[in-house]
Design a protein around this ligand. Structure first.
Ligand SMILES: *Cc1c(COP(=O)(O)O)cnc(C)c1O
Length: 280
């Protein structure tokens, strides 16, 4: 990346607080998801695949990012979308379609099955004349795999200043894990969980990595008035936006942790803005 994505937000409470604006990378598909795709795209090329096949909900940032990455890197793309088709398509799916992604809407139940058994959808797609002889590269839901971690480690390269803490919202934890891989021993990654999934916890508790589970607001995409009011105030006071699913909970947590004295004085804290503004 050429641009400086680092923006100072406050220099107060004895701390320096910066935001890493990954949302600036692309208006719709910006954020962490393109980092997750980087090495998967490389592997898809190596395996001579011509089509990226992946899964997501109707608002999935991963779907948008896969559609864009496919278009820019010469892959056809197919998105298996959870739930019924709703017209007009929302901004995420309109964008995916405009990148040439083929969308296949499936029931929630069938989606669950397909997610675990992608061969099934491939064999049904292979019956369609336009799909014959395609070579598929299957990306898991959210694009989360080990190659995605390797890509997310490169998020840290975008921070051109010394820092002590890096904070990021956690869905599957892939981004947090990747970031933690790139840290020096004196640095620490703090993950703010936005889902109620305790299985993440053991996985994400390491020397350079810590998971905070007290800011889920009831679970994925759940909110309350306190969170909504915080986001409204934040968005009125800053020249960039946060939303209720990921970055709103992240910033709420960071300010709460600051107030509680979690970060030592004189430290530099970088908060990663992972995009997702279509949730606003
Ligand atoms: C997917 C996503 C995350 C979470 O990434 P994980 O690697 O699944 O933890 C955070 N923020 C936004 C905006 C996302 O779209």
């Amino acid at each position: 990346m050429q641009k400086n994505l680092l923006q100072e937000i406050v220099n107060a409470f004895g701390l320096k607080l910066f935001v890493l604006r990954l949302d600036l990378i692309h208006a719709v598909a910006g954020g962490n998801k393109l980092f997750k795709l980087k090495y998967n795209l490389q592997k898809a090329h190596e395996e001579n695949c011509d089509t990226l096949l992946t899964f997501g909900g109707a608002f999935s940032n991963h779907i948008a990012a896969t559609a864009l990455a496919g278009k820019e890197n010469g892959f056809k793309t197919i998105g298996i979308i959870r739930g019924e088709k709703v017209l007009p398509l929302n901004k995420t799916l309109q964008f995916a379609t405009s990148c040439g992604m083929q969308l296949e809407f499936v029931s929630r139940l069938y989606y669950k099955e397909l997610r675990l058994l992608p061969e099934k959808i491939i064999s049904s797609l292979n019956n369609k004349p336009e799909a014959i002889n395609r070579k598929f590269y299957v990306l898991p839901e959210g694009g989360s795999n080990q190659l995605a971690e390797k890509g997310c480690a490169e998020i840290v390269d975008e921070i051109k200043i010394p820092f002590d803490y890096i904070c990021v919202a956690v869905g599957t934890g892939t981004t947090l894990k990747g970031i933690a891989l790139a840290l020096k021993p004196y640095q620490k990654a703090i993950g703010i969980s936005v889902v109620n999934d305790l299985s993440l916890f053991n996985n994400l508790q390491t020397a350079t990595c810590q998971l905070q589970t007290g800011y889920t607001f009831g679970g994925y995409a759940k909110t309350n008035q306190v969170l909504i009011d915080f986001i409204k105030k934040f968005n009125a006071e800053n020249n960039f936006g946060i939303e209720p699913v990921y970055t709103g909970k992240l910033f709420y947590a960071v300010f709460d942790l600051i107030e509680k004295g979690f970060f030592e004085k004189e430290k530099t804290v970088v908060v990663v803005h992972t995009g997702g503004l279509q949730y606003l």
